[in-house]
Design a protein around this ligand. Structure first.
Ligand code: ADP
Ligand code: MG
Length: 586
């Protein structure tokens, strides 16, 4: 085995470590299962050190060093008083250089990697913002050395994000923008790919713009409503108020409203609209940086092949909307906002270690892979002849009310009906019981460089994952069997297609029939007898077609039923609206 090189995202607020494992960059989790480590360090006066969550737990009580990245490689004069005259930081364990503190974070990530990989790790690729000057890069490298890591490459964060986005998705000589809004800083860069290598053509940003500002703005707003002054609070209370501001901000990324709540101080509802008001000045600053970067790179929105959004604060809907407006295109959200930089660093590390290159000359899938969906149909996720490694996913939902689990059957083959394909395996995914169509299960297929297929199913509501490894069956198929499968799919193409059309129409009919029945019960009184007769006829026609397994007839009759019940549906909506405006009746 070649030597491992780890990839590290040394973030202002959070850091992460990743490694390429059989072709895929994966994040490594600490013993508690966390893949993100807060960039926080605590020292005792006896020299004891705590890093990450353990350090943060002490904030408010004792001095915890955070955002050290904004001081690394800087002179005292640039630090706004955070550095002593000799460029050191005062800690409980004496004066320390910023790189010495950053080294504690890197050492922690090295320990996480060694624990997960069960091997000693001595080399790393570490990312830094594109705007970091030589001094800041050198200091970051020094931090690595102090942590016992040889930093084989300092990589720009936007380049890492672009690597994670995927070179293979871009043409030679395409340009992309990388938008990175983190906890403390904002960076935007335009990159150009030339001969398979990214070059940063322009970069802009604001080193004092990020999620921390938003947390504080929310806390400040709530304080004003409760007639308190955030600045007047004691440090421990202030930490608590800001943490609550952050919680509210996170909730607002999903919900329309959140309640800011501090025990014994009161509650303040914060709507998205209020949040927009608080965010406006920050969004404007963000916008001018983006325009600056485009101007400097000599591009406009339409020249960009993609606008890749990363950084934890990219999850804020308002930010996404503004970015879409600035660049005149939908931003690409395919990259995990907290993980993309570390993954990109791992890919670069893999290239340097020689483990990634092999991946590029790999095989293709001999047959399509998919899962069985409602009605016994084959739903293809990875089609035949896709280059591996590859991954693909889709969302599925529950078919009946209150359903608690879903069976995922993994299929291989080219036929339309599940039963005609080969079953590679199956498993149950549990999810929170929900109304029909409300549960969301994401299913992802991955085939790694060695041709091993693993299938992951995630309940979107809880984030709970179920993973099964299918093995190499997806790729190791006898040629003769592949040929047979493909020729059968051609031979039965007509029957197969008919069967699919029938199943799809039947599923639609099964949804429509009870809905029509219910609508007739509720609003039938408003229809003339003739109208009701037309609907009844259409219903009967559908039921007959199902019984007779008449494909074309079923399709046509379902369409007819859909048409003749349109007015009924409209009436129900009207009825509901009337009831709403006339108030509750008893
Ligand atoms: P950095 O690179 O600066 O260390 P990250 O990219 O890890 O930062 O982003 C951290 C920031 O992302 C924090 O301010 C955090 O509050 C914010 N964040 C994380 N999740 C959400 C969310 N769901 N909604 C809004 N902000 C979020
Ligand atoms: Mg970051």
């Amino acid at each position: 085995m070649s030597e491992v090189i780890i990839g590290i995202d040394l973030g202002t607020t959070q850091s992460a470590v990743a490694v390429v494992d059989s072709g895929f960059p994966i994040l490594l989790a600490d013993k508690q299962g966390n893949t993100l480590t807060p960039s926080a360090v605590w020292y005792s006066d006896t020299g004891e050190v705590k890093v990450g969550h353990e350090a943060l737990r002490r904030s408010g009580l004792e001095k915890v060093h955070t955002s050290v990245k904004s001081l690394i490689g800087r002179r005292a004069a640039e630090s706004g008083g955070r550095l002593e005259a000799d460029g050191r930081i005062k800690t409980a364990a004496g004066l320390k250089l910023p790189e010495e503190i950053s080294a504690e974070i890197l050492a922690e990530l090295k320990r996480v990697a060694e624990h997960r990989l069960e091997a000693t790790v001595s080399k790393a690729v570490v990312t830094v913002p594109a705007y970091f000057h030589d001094g800041q890069r050198a200091a970051t490298k020094k931090a690595g050395e102090l942590a016992g890591l040889e930093v084989v490459r300092i990589l720009s964060e936007p380049t890492a994000a672009a690597l994670s986005y995927g070179l293979d998705r871009l043409d030679e000589s395409s340009r992309v923008a990388v938008f990175d809004l983190g906890g403390g800083t904002f960076d935007v860069s335009v990159l150009e790919m030339r001969e398979g290598v990214f070059e940063v053509s322009a970069t802009s940003g604001d080193t004092e713009l990020g999620g921390d500002n938003f947390d504080e703005a929310v806390a400040c707003f709530a304080a004003a409503r409760l007639e308190r002054d955030l600045e007047g609070l004691d440090p421990m209370e202030r930490v608590q108020w800001i943490a609550e501001g952050r919680r509210v901000k996170h909730v607002l990324s999903e919900a329309e409203e959140a309640i800011f709540r501090i025990p014994f101080s009161g509650e303040v509802p914060v709507s998205r609209e209020i949040f927009l008001g608080l965010m406006k000045p920050f969004l404007d600053r963000m916008e001018s940086c983006c325009r600056r970067a485009m101007l400097d790179a000599g591009v406009s929105g339409e020249d960009l092949a993609a606008v890749v959004m990363v950084g934890g604060s990219s999850r804020i809907p308002l930010v996404k909307e503004r970015v879409a407006r600035i660049f005149g295109q939908e931003p690409d959200l395919s990259q995990h906002p907290d993980e993309a930089i570390a993954r990109g660093a791992a890919i670069q590390a893999g290239i340097l270690a020689g483990t990634v290159r092999e991946v590029l000359l790999l095989d293709v899938t001999p047959l399509s892979l998919g899962i069985e969906t409602m009605g016994g149909l084959m739903n293809v996720l990875i089609s035949r002849n896709t280059t591996i490694p590859c991954k693909a996913g889709e969302m599925f939902t529950n078919a009946v009310d209150g359903q608690k689990s879903m069976k995922v059957t993994v299929l291989q083959g080219e036929r339309e009906l599940a039963k005609d394909n080969w079953e590679l395996g199956s498993f149950e995914v549990q999810f929170e019981p929900n109304r029909r169509g409300q549960a969301r299960v994401g299913v992802e297929f991955r085939i790694d460089a060695d041709g091993i297929l693993s299938v992951l199913a995630r309940d979107v509501a809880t984030g709970k994952d179920t993973v099964i490894e299918i093995g190499s069956a997806a790729v190791d198929v006898q040629e003769a069997k592949v040929e047979q499968m493909v020729s059968e799919s051609v031979e039965f193409a007509f029957e197969d297609m008919n069967a699919r059309v029938f199943e799809e129409a039947r599923l639609k009919a099964e949804e429509l029939l009870p809905a029509v029945g219910m609508a007739l019960e509720q609003a039938g009184g408003f229809l003339s007898e003739e109208e009701i007769a037309v609907i009844q006829d259409a219903r009967n026609r559908v039921e007959r077609a199902i019984g007779d397994r008449q494909v074309a007839e079923l399709k046509a009759s379902v369409e007819q039923l859909d048409e003749v019940t349109e007015s009924l549906a409209a009436m129900l909506v009207q009825k509901a609206t009337d009831a709403l405006f006339s108030g509750p009746q008893d």
